[in-house]
Design a protein around this ligand. Structure first.
Ligand code: HEC
Length: 151
């Protein structure tokens, strides 16, 4: 009896594997593939959730950066309104020479490159931590910064 069970096991495996080739299996989940940079749908809901993700992800930055209007500089400068602003422009913050002389104006693209790898973008910058390697997280953080600054 035992020997028979053991012998039938491989057959069972083959039978289960065959199920996978059924012509129309019920879909159990949906995978949405998105090209980088392509707009996702539906627009409004996605924009909201991107900002929500960015707000959560900004926790990586908040130890060093405030983002509220008129907020204080911390280890890093306040980031309110940073998009469109020249690098090194926060009042009363002691920037590195590297950043103030970088000539950068913070577009979303420039922010993306800096946050991805501050020292590669601005050699000599004193932002020593907080780099975000994941492009999607950077996009969300930048969307959040943009949203907060618009208020
Ligand atoms: C460990 C502290 C620290 C963390 C964490 C950190 N930063 Fe910074 N950041 C700094 C410092 C210090 C500077 C000033 C750099 C300089 O003068 O070279 C800076 C500068 C910047 C600047 C340039 C500001 C300006 O006025 O030109 C931006 C933009 C920035 N950080 C974004 C971020 C974002 C977004 C995050 C989170 C993903 C983050 N930082 C995380 C310390 C930090």
């Amino acid at each position: 009896m035992r020997a028979m069970l053991r012998a039938s096991a491989p057959i069972l495996v083959i039978a289960l594997a065959a199920c996978g080739t059924d012509p129309a299996p019920e879909p159990t989940e949906q995978i949405v593939v998105r090209e980088p940079g392509a707009a996702a749908v539906p627009a409004v809901e996605t924009e909201d959730s991107l900002i929500a993700i960015g707000k959560a992800a900004f926790n990586t930055c908040i130890a060093c950066h405030g983002i509220e209007k008129g907020g204080a500089n911390k280890v890093g400068p306040n980031l309110y309104g940073i998009i469109g602003q020249a690098a090194g422009a926060a009042q009363g913050f002691g920037y590195s020479e590297a950043l103030t002389s970088s000539g950068i104006t913070w577009t979303k693209e420039e922010l993306d490159r800096y946050i991805a790898n501050p020292a590669a973008k601005v050699p000599g910058t004193t932002m020593m931590a907080g780099a975000i390697t994941d492009a999607g997280r950077r996009e969300a953080i930048i969307a959040y910064i943009d949203e907060v600054s618009a208020n």
